[in-house]
Design a protein around this ligand. Sequence first.
Ligand code: GUN
Ligand code: ZN
Length: 428
Amino acid sequence: MADLLLGQVLSFTDDPFAVGPEAARHDRHGAVLIENGKIAAVGPADALRAANPQARITDYGQCLISAGFIDAHVHYPQTAIIASWGKRLIDWLNSYTFPEEMRFADRAYADEVANRYFDLALAHGTTSMCSYATIHPESVDAFFTAAQARGLRAFAGKTCMDRNAPEALRDTAQSAYDDSKRLLQKWHGQGRLSYVITPRFSPTSTPEQLAAMGALWHEYPDCLMQTHLSEQTDEIAWVKDLFPQSRDYLDTYESQGLLREGAVYGHAIHLTPREKDRLREAGASLVHCPTSNTFIGSGLFDMGLAQSLRVGLATDTGGGSSFSMLHTMAAAYEVAQLRGQALHPSQLWWLATIGSARALHAEHRIGNIAAGLEADLTILDLASTPAIEQATRRAETIWQAIFPTIMLGDDRAIRATWINGKESRPRR
Ligand code: GUN
Ligand code: ZN
């Protein structure tokens, strides 16, 4: 049976970084028609009701119906160590991250955290995510099993590390290749799941391991490849020591076949002009992780790059300090302000939906409300707390009504999510 959702509908017909807020379409009394898990139509409520008298109606009143949020870079195994105090990147990895990731050798623990992570993500309105697992193949199975049970479009891969990590978290170039290939063959393209080739970052991979990942990617060119790039200055100096032959950080990947379309680099803050040019020429994607970049003290991403590159938005849980893509949009706004740019709410919303979908090369499936796309939606109450309600009381435009939820909102703003055409109410 078809479903007809009524509410204020926000969708995009263009890119607000290219054309401004006119890129968005807002129907105050709008409707979304869902059939067989897909969006069949979007438009004014009256017209869609008249044309679809048999459809089952869910009326969300004044709530906003949006494409679901897409978190383009997360570490689900770091769910339990979110908000750990006082460290910068390398110390933070050694003190908090690696000890926690060791626990994922235990499949039962991996299952428990994967399920907890997905419950939190959905409660925050995130309907798709691209995650790093740990080096343990079981951690990939736990992630995809939990995603599949919820019908999510999800992306992930085994994190590969063969140096500069504790013994229990090290694989080898060969075992990383073998395990990644087996997991890729098992999960890639299973329903809504995609395997992502995942060397953690150059400091924890030998050139041999990066080359093995490059060889695997060459065999499976339609996969994505994700890693970290130029997040902190100390890390960049370390990469320079570890790879004396390389021109720069990006070159440590490029020289091993890990730079082309479908490469998804997290953070990418301290880029040289050469790196920016090569990223553009290659058509790579960047993922902005603003709560992480302030929380771990990494730096201020250059949003000007969104003019010429695919840029997505992400929490980077648990280096990031929130599961919420609303908080993440707020942090992106504040970071851009520190660089002298006021991102428009349409740009922030676009980054959290289509921007991330484009970064993951999935914009033909998810990230917008348009006929033919998969029906992953997030329904938001734009007056979810007294503070937000009073700030929106005099709103005259949709952007004035949305911006307080971006800046002050959290999981309390999420009324429901629809995954693949089915409603799921958040567990609280
Ligand atoms: N660089 C390498 N690994 C990580 C990680 O787990 N989190 C963040 N923020 N940066 C990284
Ligand atoms: Zn990361």
